[in-house]
Ligand binder design. Structure first.
Ligand code: NAP
Length: 253
Protein backbone atom coordinates (compact mmCIF):
# COMPACT_ATOMS: atom_id res chain seq x y z
CA UNK A 1 0.00 0.00 0.00
CA UNK A 2 1.21 3.49 -0.84
CA UNK A 3 1.15 6.12 1.86
CA UNK A 4 1.58 9.20 -0.32
CA UNK A 5 -2.16 9.77 0.11
CA UNK A 6 -1.09 11.94 3.07
CA UNK A 7 1.52 13.94 1.15
CA UNK A 8 1.07 17.74 1.29
CA UNK A 9 4.12 18.90 -0.69
CA UNK A 10 3.28 21.95 -2.80
CA UNK A 11 0.32 22.87 -0.57
CA UNK A 12 -0.04 25.99 1.56
CA UNK A 13 -1.94 25.82 4.85
CA UNK A 14 -3.24 28.76 6.87
CA UNK A 15 -3.41 27.91 10.58
CA UNK A 16 -4.90 30.41 13.05
CA UNK A 17 -3.66 30.59 16.63
CA UNK A 18 -0.61 28.43 16.01
CA UNK A 19 1.83 30.04 18.46
CA UNK A 20 0.97 27.40 21.08
CA UNK A 21 -1.19 24.39 21.96
CA UNK A 22 -3.21 22.45 19.41
CA UNK A 23 -2.64 25.01 16.64
CA UNK A 24 1.11 24.70 17.00
CA UNK A 25 0.96 20.90 16.87
CA UNK A 26 -1.28 20.98 13.79
CA UNK A 27 0.93 23.52 11.97
CA UNK A 28 4.01 21.40 12.60
CA UNK A 29 2.20 18.20 11.53
CA UNK A 30 1.08 19.81 8.26
CA UNK A 31 4.66 20.96 7.66
CA UNK A 32 5.94 17.45 8.38
CA UNK A 33 3.56 16.22 5.68
CA UNK A 34 5.14 18.76 3.29
CA UNK A 35 2.96 21.90 3.44
CA UNK A 36 4.20 25.46 3.80
CA UNK A 37 2.49 27.28 6.66
CA UNK A 38 0.89 30.70 7.00
CA UNK A 39 0.36 31.41 10.71
CA UNK A 40 -2.23 33.98 11.75
CA UNK A 41 -1.48 34.95 15.33
CA UNK A 42 -1.90 37.64 17.94
CA UNK A 43 1.33 36.65 19.74
CA UNK A 44 4.68 35.93 18.11
CA UNK A 45 4.77 32.28 16.95
CA UNK A 46 8.50 31.95 17.65
CA UNK A 47 8.71 28.22 18.45
CA UNK A 48 6.29 27.24 15.70
CA UNK A 49 8.22 29.23 13.10
CA UNK A 50 11.44 27.59 14.22
CA UNK A 51 9.93 24.07 14.13
CA UNK A 52 8.39 24.53 10.67
CA UNK A 53 11.57 25.98 9.20
CA UNK A 54 13.64 23.18 10.76
CA UNK A 55 11.55 20.81 8.63
CA UNK A 56 12.66 22.72 5.53
CA UNK A 57 9.22 24.30 5.05
CA UNK A 58 8.34 27.96 4.75
CA UNK A 59 6.56 29.80 7.61
CA UNK A 60 4.83 33.08 6.83
CA UNK A 61 4.08 35.05 9.99
CA UNK A 62 0.89 37.17 9.77
CA UNK A 63 -0.36 38.99 12.86
CA UNK A 64 -3.98 39.87 13.63
CA UNK A 65 -6.60 39.95 16.33
CA UNK A 66 -9.38 37.79 14.89
CA UNK A 67 -11.93 39.38 17.21
CA UNK A 68 -12.20 41.95 14.40
CA UNK A 69 -13.26 40.32 11.13
CA UNK A 70 -12.36 43.43 9.14
CA UNK A 71 -8.78 42.09 8.99
CA UNK A 72 -9.74 38.84 7.24
CA UNK A 73 -9.84 39.78 3.53
CA UNK A 74 -6.41 41.43 3.88
CA UNK A 75 -4.97 38.35 5.62
CA UNK A 76 -6.09 35.87 2.97
CA UNK A 77 -5.05 38.21 0.13
CA UNK A 78 -1.63 38.68 1.72
CA UNK A 79 -1.22 34.92 2.19
CA UNK A 80 -2.00 34.35 -1.48
CA UNK A 81 0.25 37.15 -2.72
CA UNK A 82 3.21 35.98 -0.68
CA UNK A 83 2.85 32.23 -1.27
CA UNK A 84 1.16 32.07 -4.70
CA UNK A 85 -1.86 30.04 -3.55
CA UNK A 86 -3.61 28.81 -0.42
CA UNK A 87 -5.10 25.32 -0.24
CA UNK A 88 -5.87 24.53 3.41
CA UNK A 89 -7.39 26.50 6.30
CA UNK A 90 -7.33 25.33 9.91
CA UNK A 91 -9.71 27.47 11.96
CA UNK A 92 -8.06 26.80 15.31
CA UNK A 93 -7.95 30.12 17.22
CA UNK A 94 -10.38 29.99 20.10
CA UNK A 95 -11.10 31.29 23.58
CA UNK A 96 -13.24 30.25 26.54
CA UNK A 97 -14.90 32.22 29.36
CA UNK A 98 -16.19 30.53 32.52
CA UNK A 99 -19.05 31.92 34.63
CA UNK A 100 -22.47 30.79 35.87
CA UNK A 101 -25.07 31.32 33.15
CA UNK A 102 -27.06 33.48 35.58
CA UNK A 103 -24.21 35.96 35.85
CA UNK A 104 -22.70 35.65 32.37
CA UNK A 105 -21.66 39.01 30.94
CA UNK A 106 -22.45 40.35 27.48
CA UNK A 107 -18.74 40.95 26.85
CA UNK A 108 -17.91 37.29 27.60
CA UNK A 109 -20.65 36.23 25.19
CA UNK A 110 -19.53 38.58 22.41
CA UNK A 111 -15.79 37.94 22.67
CA UNK A 112 -16.14 34.16 22.48
CA UNK A 113 -18.65 34.22 19.63
CA UNK A 114 -16.50 36.71 17.68
CA UNK A 115 -13.34 34.61 17.73
CA UNK A 116 -14.71 31.05 17.82
CA UNK A 117 -17.59 31.38 15.36
CA UNK A 118 -17.75 34.68 13.46
CA UNK A 119 -14.06 34.80 12.52
CA UNK A 120 -14.12 31.09 11.64
CA UNK A 121 -17.00 31.64 9.22
CA UNK A 122 -15.52 34.69 7.51
CA UNK A 123 -12.09 33.05 7.20
CA UNK A 124 -13.78 30.01 5.63
CA UNK A 125 -15.70 32.29 3.27
CA UNK A 126 -12.53 34.13 2.23
CA UNK A 127 -10.68 30.87 1.65
CA UNK A 128 -13.55 29.28 -0.30
CA UNK A 129 -13.76 32.33 -2.59
CA UNK A 130 -10.03 32.06 -3.22
CA UNK A 131 -10.17 28.28 -3.79
CA UNK A 132 -12.93 28.72 -6.36
CA UNK A 133 -10.85 31.39 -8.12
CA UNK A 134 -7.74 29.14 -8.00
CA UNK A 135 -9.77 26.22 -9.39
CA UNK A 136 -7.91 23.51 -7.44
CA UNK A 137 -10.29 22.73 -4.60
CA UNK A 138 -9.36 23.11 -0.96
CA UNK A 139 -9.64 21.83 2.59
CA UNK A 140 -11.20 23.66 5.51
CA UNK A 141 -10.78 22.16 8.97
CA UNK A 142 -12.65 23.76 11.83
CA UNK A 143 -11.82 23.06 15.45
CA UNK A 144 -14.96 22.05 17.33
CA UNK A 145 -15.14 20.58 20.86
CA UNK A 146 -16.85 18.02 23.08
CA UNK A 147 -19.18 20.98 23.69
CA UNK A 148 -20.32 20.74 20.08
CA UNK A 149 -22.04 17.55 21.32
CA UNK A 150 -22.58 18.21 25.03
CA UNK A 151 -23.76 21.16 27.11
CA UNK A 152 -20.91 21.70 29.55
CA UNK A 153 -21.25 23.75 32.73
CA UNK A 154 -20.51 27.48 33.21
CA UNK A 155 -19.36 27.93 29.60
CA UNK A 156 -22.52 29.02 27.74
CA UNK A 157 -20.87 31.13 25.04
CA UNK A 158 -18.21 28.49 24.41
CA UNK A 159 -20.85 25.75 24.04
CA UNK A 160 -22.94 27.95 21.75
CA UNK A 161 -19.91 28.82 19.62
CA UNK A 162 -18.63 25.25 19.30
CA UNK A 163 -22.12 23.86 18.61
CA UNK A 164 -22.27 26.56 15.93
CA UNK A 165 -18.93 25.44 14.53
CA UNK A 166 -20.23 21.90 14.07
CA UNK A 167 -23.42 23.14 12.39
CA UNK A 168 -21.49 25.52 10.18
CA UNK A 169 -19.15 22.70 9.14
CA UNK A 170 -22.13 20.79 7.75
CA UNK A 171 -23.72 23.86 6.16
CA UNK A 172 -20.54 24.94 4.35
CA UNK A 173 -19.71 21.39 3.28
CA UNK A 174 -23.09 21.22 1.53
CA UNK A 175 -22.50 24.45 -0.38
CA UNK A 176 -18.87 23.94 -1.31
CA UNK A 177 -18.42 20.17 -1.89
CA UNK A 178 -19.28 20.66 -5.57
CA UNK A 179 -16.32 23.05 -5.85
CA UNK A 180 -13.94 20.37 -4.56
CA UNK A 181 -13.72 22.05 -1.17
CA UNK A 182 -13.97 19.68 1.80
CA UNK A 183 -15.20 21.26 5.02
CA UNK A 184 -14.78 19.11 8.11
CA UNK A 185 -14.03 19.58 11.79
CA UNK A 186 -12.01 18.01 14.54
CA UNK A 187 -13.56 17.90 18.01
CA UNK A 188 -10.73 17.54 20.54
CA UNK A 189 -11.52 15.97 23.88
CA UNK A 190 -9.77 17.11 27.04
CA UNK A 191 -6.32 18.19 25.82
CA UNK A 192 -3.51 19.52 28.01
CA UNK A 193 -2.98 23.11 26.77
CA UNK A 194 -3.27 26.71 28.10
CA UNK A 195 -7.00 26.59 27.31
CA UNK A 196 -7.54 23.91 29.98
CA UNK A 197 -4.89 25.08 32.48
CA UNK A 198 -7.52 25.91 35.13
CA UNK A 199 -9.18 22.48 34.80
CA UNK A 200 -5.85 20.65 34.91
CA UNK A 201 -4.88 22.57 38.05
CA UNK A 202 -8.15 21.69 39.82
CA UNK A 203 -7.20 18.37 41.43
CA UNK A 204 -10.74 17.06 41.90
CA UNK A 205 -11.95 18.01 38.38
CA UNK A 206 -8.73 16.72 36.83
CA UNK A 207 -9.10 13.31 38.54
CA UNK A 208 -12.80 13.07 37.61
CA UNK A 209 -12.08 13.92 33.96
CA UNK A 210 -9.20 11.45 33.71
CA UNK A 211 -11.31 8.69 35.27
CA UNK A 212 -14.05 9.22 32.65
CA UNK A 213 -11.71 9.06 29.62
CA UNK A 214 -11.57 5.46 28.31
CA UNK A 215 -7.98 6.02 27.16
CA UNK A 216 -7.12 6.90 30.77
CA UNK A 217 -5.24 10.13 29.99
CA UNK A 218 -5.71 13.69 28.77
CA UNK A 219 -4.97 14.28 25.10
CA UNK A 220 -1.68 15.82 23.98
CA UNK A 221 -1.36 18.39 21.19
CA UNK A 222 0.48 15.72 19.14
CA UNK A 223 -2.72 13.63 19.14
CA UNK A 224 -4.08 16.16 16.60
CA UNK A 225 -1.32 15.45 14.05
CA UNK A 226 -2.77 12.41 12.25
CA UNK A 227 -6.37 13.68 12.13
CA UNK A 228 -5.42 17.11 10.75
CA UNK A 229 -3.15 15.65 8.06
CA UNK A 230 -5.89 13.19 7.09
CA UNK A 231 -8.47 15.97 6.73
CA UNK A 232 -6.00 18.25 4.89
CA UNK A 233 -4.89 15.60 2.39
CA UNK A 234 -6.42 13.77 -0.55
CA UNK A 235 -7.08 10.85 1.83
CA UNK A 236 -10.28 12.62 2.85
CA UNK A 237 -11.49 13.77 -0.58
CA UNK A 238 -14.88 12.07 -0.08
CA UNK A 239 -15.32 13.14 3.57
CA UNK A 240 -17.64 16.16 3.78
CA UNK A 241 -19.25 17.93 6.71
CA UNK A 242 -18.02 15.49 9.33
CA UNK A 243 -16.82 16.30 12.85
CA UNK A 244 -14.16 13.83 13.94
CA UNK A 245 -13.82 13.42 17.71
CA UNK A 246 -10.24 13.05 18.93
CA UNK A 247 -11.14 12.38 22.52
CA UNK A 248 -9.68 9.12 23.83
CA UNK A 249 -13.20 7.69 23.73
CA UNK A 250 -14.94 10.41 25.84
CA UNK A 251 -18.03 10.60 23.62
CA UNK A 252 -18.28 6.84 23.19
CA UNK A 253 -18.75 6.36 26.90
P1 NAP B 1 -4.70 27.77 23.61
O1 NAP B 1 -3.43 27.12 23.98
O2 NAP B 1 -5.35 28.76 24.52
O3 NAP B 1 -4.55 28.40 22.15
C1 NAP B 1 -5.54 29.21 21.57
C2 NAP B 1 -4.94 29.92 20.38
O4 NAP B 1 -5.94 30.83 19.83
C3 NAP B 1 -3.74 30.78 20.73
O5 NAP B 1 -2.82 30.75 19.68
C4 NAP B 1 -4.35 32.16 20.86
O6 NAP B 1 -3.43 33.21 20.68
C5 NAP B 1 -5.33 32.11 19.71
N1 NAP B 1 -6.29 33.20 19.81
C6 NAP B 1 -7.17 33.42 20.81
N2 NAP B 1 -7.84 34.55 20.59
C7 NAP B 1 -7.38 35.06 19.41
C8 NAP B 1 -7.68 36.21 18.64
N3 NAP B 1 -8.59 37.11 19.05
N4 NAP B 1 -7.01 36.41 17.49
C9 NAP B 1 -6.07 35.54 17.08
N5 NAP B 1 -5.75 34.43 17.76
C10 NAP B 1 -6.39 34.20 18.92
O7 NAP B 1 -5.83 26.68 23.40
P2 NAP B 1 -5.85 25.26 22.66
O8 NAP B 1 -6.30 24.29 23.64
O9 NAP B 1 -4.63 25.02 21.86
O10 NAP B 1 -7.09 25.54 21.71
C11 NAP B 1 -7.06 25.54 20.32
C12 NAP B 1 -8.48 25.31 19.80
O11 NAP B 1 -8.91 24.04 20.25
C13 NAP B 1 -9.50 26.30 20.31
O12 NAP B 1 -10.44 26.59 19.29
C14 NAP B 1 -10.15 25.56 21.45
O13 NAP B 1 -11.45 26.03 21.73
C15 NAP B 1 -10.17 24.16 20.89
N6 NAP B 1 -10.33 23.08 21.87
C16 NAP B 1 -9.40 22.88 22.85
C17 NAP B 1 -9.60 21.84 23.74
C18 NAP B 1 -8.63 21.53 24.85
O14 NAP B 1 -8.94 20.64 25.66
N7 NAP B 1 -7.50 22.18 24.95
C19 NAP B 1 -10.72 21.02 23.64
C20 NAP B 1 -11.63 21.28 22.64
C21 NAP B 1 -11.43 22.30 21.75
P3 NAP B 1 -2.69 33.88 21.97
O15 NAP B 1 -1.84 32.80 22.58
O16 NAP B 1 -1.94 34.99 21.36
O17 NAP B 1 -3.81 34.33 22.87
Amino acid sequence: MKFDLFELAGQVAVVTGCNTGLGQAMAVALAEAGADIVGINKSAPVDTCRAVEALGRRFLDLRADLADIAVIPRLIAEAQTLTGHVDILVNNAGIIRREDALHFRVSDWDEVMAVNLKAAFFLAQALARLCIEQGRGGKIINVASMLSFQGGIRVPSYTASKSGVMGLTKALANEWAAHGINVNAIAPGYMATNNTAALQADEARNAAITARIPAGRWGKPADMAGPVVFLASQSSNYVNGYTLAVDGGWLAR
